[in-house]
Design a protein around this ligand. Structure first.
Ligand code: SF4
Ligand code: SF4
Length: 501
């Protein structure tokens, strides 16, 4: 059947009155949407190739371009939407799993937007962050339950290794492979300047970035790509990745198209092959097994590094977190239902897991009830979009947040959600040298620093408005939150009152 079943989702709208035929759009589009017909002297566009990355719109010197959503429509059907039909056609044609990237774009409750923050009035006056000190530093790791003193009354240090952050924000795991060398360089430089951390993801650590080890979290995932002694000892902390919000229950997938010589060397895998990490760690089938890996990694690094265990937010996440807290891990990272990815099956990304807000509240409550909250710190990610989300996450119980998509946006990503194709026109999710060169790591680092600095200012302002002068006093302070338009069950899980109560 040769009938063209797909009508392009996006159309290139070019204003001929503005276009000066500079052909920049032709040169800049890695998807080869634009072309110049020499014979006719006109620019043409193949809409079917457009992923709406907005690169041509941004570079066009005369603002002659717009990308518009097509108004072609299938017969209206509330059940069989155009998207649902298109996906069936696609699978009928290819017989394959629908691959997607970035976070779940489907509609669904965003609890951050249904939580409102408090502010002081009359009593317990607000604090002015411009005139009074505010503490946004946090330390991640176990907190000792008691102070130990020797017979001479002197303090006996009983602190386990901690990650010290100048602001309660970390860049979440994004592997070298899924993102480019320049994107990694920008994250590493920004983390160092900001006094925070970036995360290698499961791609190993390029030799050029060993210099940023003090601001690097090195990940150990099920595929063990790029994991060796030097790698482990270079990082400031080690993260065992058990799960990821965008793809709970399955392993990672880096398409072979992105595995060039450098990636192959860093990951210690053959060039051009798909890097598919197994769904489970083949040595972990229980909390006891996890404990063995936690202590093997501690042993391998002389008990000098905190160990993070990262899990996806799934139905019984509170019980899982309780087990992890008892496994000897120092930090638990929870990645929510809207967490990003470089490549994942769309059905899994959009349907498996639970929102991070509910998972975080459930975990914090459970750890407190069991009296083990101070045994671990909590980092959450999976769509932290602003400083308001950050404040709400801390008030729900997080010690710090991971930001991934927001960091990519800061570097220039336009959320076209086609990272898996390896042709990112912004030089981020690609390994093509000509495209990678488009991302200036210094400029990208400056933008990341600006973003985190801006959020830190806003965090201080919001905390000051509440009459709180330290992140430590905000952590788990759910009295600072009220729900809006939430059901009894949602309020119960979140542990917050409804607005007006
Ligand atoms: S970049 Fe803009 S002005 Fe240049 S050819 Fe394309 S549409 Fe025309
Ligand atoms: S990183 Fe690049 S390919 Fe991925 S969503 Fe952003 S702009 Fe698109």
């Amino acid at each position: 059947m040769n009938i063209r079943e797909f009508f392009p989702l996006y159309e290139v709208a070019r204003d001929p009155a503005r276009c000066v035929k500079c052909k920049l759009c032709v040169r800049e589009c890695a998807n080869e949407v634009h072309a110049f017909n020499e014979k006719l002297g006109v620019l043409t566009a193949d809409d079917s190739k457009c992923v709406n990355c907005q690169r041509c719109v941004a570079v066009c010197p005369t603002r002659a371009l717009k990308i518009v959503r097509t108004d072609n429509t299938y017969k209206v059907n509330a059940n069989w939407t155009g998207d649902a039909m298109r996906e069936v056609y696609q699978q009928a044609q290819t017989g394959g799993v629908l691959l997607a990237s970035m976070g779940n774009p489907q509609p669904g409750p965003i609890y951050w937007d249904k939580l409102l923050l408090n502010a002081s009035q009359v009593t317990n006056p607000p604090i002015d962050p411009l005139r009074e000190p505010m503490e946004t530093r946090v330390f991640l790791g176990k907190k000792p339950g008691s102070i130990l003193r020797g017979p001479d009354g002197k303090l006996i240090p009983n602190q386990t290794p901690q990650l010290a952050l100048r602001k309660p924000i970390l860049f979440s795991a994004m592997s070298y492979g899924s993102i480019s060398y320049n994107a990694h360089a920008a994250l590493a430089r920004a983390a160092q300047e900001l006094g925070i951390y970036y995360n290698t993801g499961e791609g190993g650590l390029h030799e050029d970035f060993y210099a940023y080890g003090d601001n690097t979290i090195v990940q150990v995932a099920s595929g063990r790509f790029g994991v060796h002694t030097d790698y482990l000892s270079t990082g400031a902390a080690i993260e065992i990745k058990m799960g990821q919000g965008a793809k709970p229950g399955i392993g990672g997938h880096l398409p072979g198209i992105k595995v060039g010589p450098d990636i192959s060397k860093t990951r210690m895998i053959p060039e051009g092959t798909d890097a598919i990490s197994p769904a489970p760690h083949h040595d972990i089938y229980s909390i006891e097994d996890l404990r063995q890996l936690v202590f093997s990694l501690k042993e391998a690094t002389g008990y000098r590094k905190p160990i993070i265990v990262k899990v996806a937010a799934v139905h019984n996440v509170a019980a899982i977190a309780s087990g992890i807290a008892r496994s000897g891990a120092d930090i638990i990272a929870i990645d929510g239902w809207r967490g990003g990815t470089g490549a994942a099956p769309a059905r899994i990304r959009d349907n498996v897991g639970i929102p991070i807000e509910l998972a975080l509240a459930a975990v914090d409550t459970r750890l407190r009830e069991e009296g083990i909250r101070d045994e671990v710190s909590l980092i959450v990610g999976g769509s932290i979009r602003s400083s308001a989300d950050l404040v709400k996450a801390i008030a729900l119980g997080a010690d710090a947040v991971y930001i991934g998509t927001a960091a990519l946006l800061a570097m220039g990503c336009h959320l076209c959600r086609s990272c898996q194709q390896g042709k990112c026109n912004w030089g981020i999710a690609t390994q093509r040298p000509d495209l990678v060169a488009r991302l200036d790591p210094d400029e990208a680092a400056r933008r990341l620093i600006n973003l985190v600095t801006a959020w830190d200012h806003e965090l201080q302002e919001i905390m000051g408005g509440m009459g709180i002068n330290a992140v430590e006093a905000l952590r788990g302070n759910r009295l600072m939150l009220r729900g809006l338009g939430l059901t009894e069950a949602e309020l119960r899980v979140l542990g917050v009152k409804h607005a007006g109560e």
